[in-house]
Write a protein that binds this ligand. Sequence first.
Ligand code: HAM
Length: 432
Amino acid sequence: VKPRYQSVPGTRDLFPALAERYAATERIAREVFQSYGYGEIRTPIFEHRELFARSVGETTDIVHKEMYEFEDRAGASGAGARLVLRPESTASVVRALVQRGLQEVPLPIRLWYAGPHFRRERPQKGRYREFRQIGVELFAPPSPAADAEVLTMLHRFLTAVGVPEPVLKINSLGTPVWRKRLADALREQLLPRASDLGEDDRRRLDVNPLRLFDSKDAAAQRLVAAAKLPALDDAARQYHDELLGLLAAAGVPFVEEPRLVRGLDYYTMTVFEVTSERLGAQNAILGGGRYDELVADLGGPVLSGMGFAIGQDRLIDAATGDPREAKTVFWVVPMSPAEFEYGLKACSELRRQYPEAVVELDLSGRGFKKGVARAAQIADSPETYAFKVADVRVAFIGPDERASGSLKIRDVKTREERTAPLSELRAGGRVP
Ligand code: HAM
């Protein structure tokens, strides 16, 4: 029968073998990003709703229908606050910087983060309601070099994690003036066909035509695909060409994708996504871009930002190889409860002398035979562990071992056995 308590649809439990893969990508992120000068930032899991409405945009799917919202209970001051679980972190990072004060801070500011985010989407493979992101935000004057640095670092990271042939799709959304021209062009061309559109898309056409690019409706997709887009203005074109030149020089492969607009409102100029052939329908491993106006929009000074967020769940699905370390397991078996005190001591000695190994105490105290059977299970179920099982050694503790202060160790695979004094388990140069 099905247990009474089930997890909420779209959320997942990560057991050790999988959790270790998450931890490994976070370790690589810390290493790679730190080597470029990025420091970690941790912001709250919940924020005021208004923060995301103002930045990501009221008309985006994320804000319009995917946020988990709740009313905080009213305090002494009266009305409660409208809070949301964070659907992304760029707005939170900008809020944190503006709140701290950006007056005296030397530029550039380089930050990275990792953690859970929440969107109420329809769950499917690669799409969760609680998902995890690893992200980066760079605050510096806008320049193709800044964008190139971020994208080169991203490429380094994906290579280090082992994503085979990631495809970087890149576009420029131009200046806000050009974006307005793009919106007008879409409105002009699509308005005569508005009756072909659903209610949601008609609203998009009216309020924020660029959001039509996110539409999942076939008719809307066809119309958008057929629409003629205005050419980028010269300044944006030159900026973008310079960036593409820097990427080519740095050996970062990319494809230009003129219709890539991204599902969040704050972007200006450079936008990009990385997809992988190894994923199914939800094939975007990550997305990002430049935001030249967000800091000022959220009450800060004129300061540009640029960054990306990787869907960690998709990253792990796309990556090949097993990042887990191979480890030796010592399975320490006290013959009976009378041997536990010596068993605990023996475990401490093993851990001291074999810091790279895993030392586990058999807590059953039900004799050697059962203990050995359990050790065989360890060797046979490597997927259960946070590490790969290189080999298993059983350490026996009976009255004899306790009396002589020694340990008998057997290699489960070779069945080789030896007895050594507790203080010199690793002595003699031979690593058992
Ligand atoms: P985003 O495109 O909304 O951008 O999300 C980035 C990535 O998060 C996606 O490409 C995807 O891999 C992952 N993701 C999003 N929703 C889900 C979900 N429901 N389940 C699993 N994975 C998901 C942002 O969030 C921006 N803050 C990125 C950014 C940073 N732009 C500038 N700086």
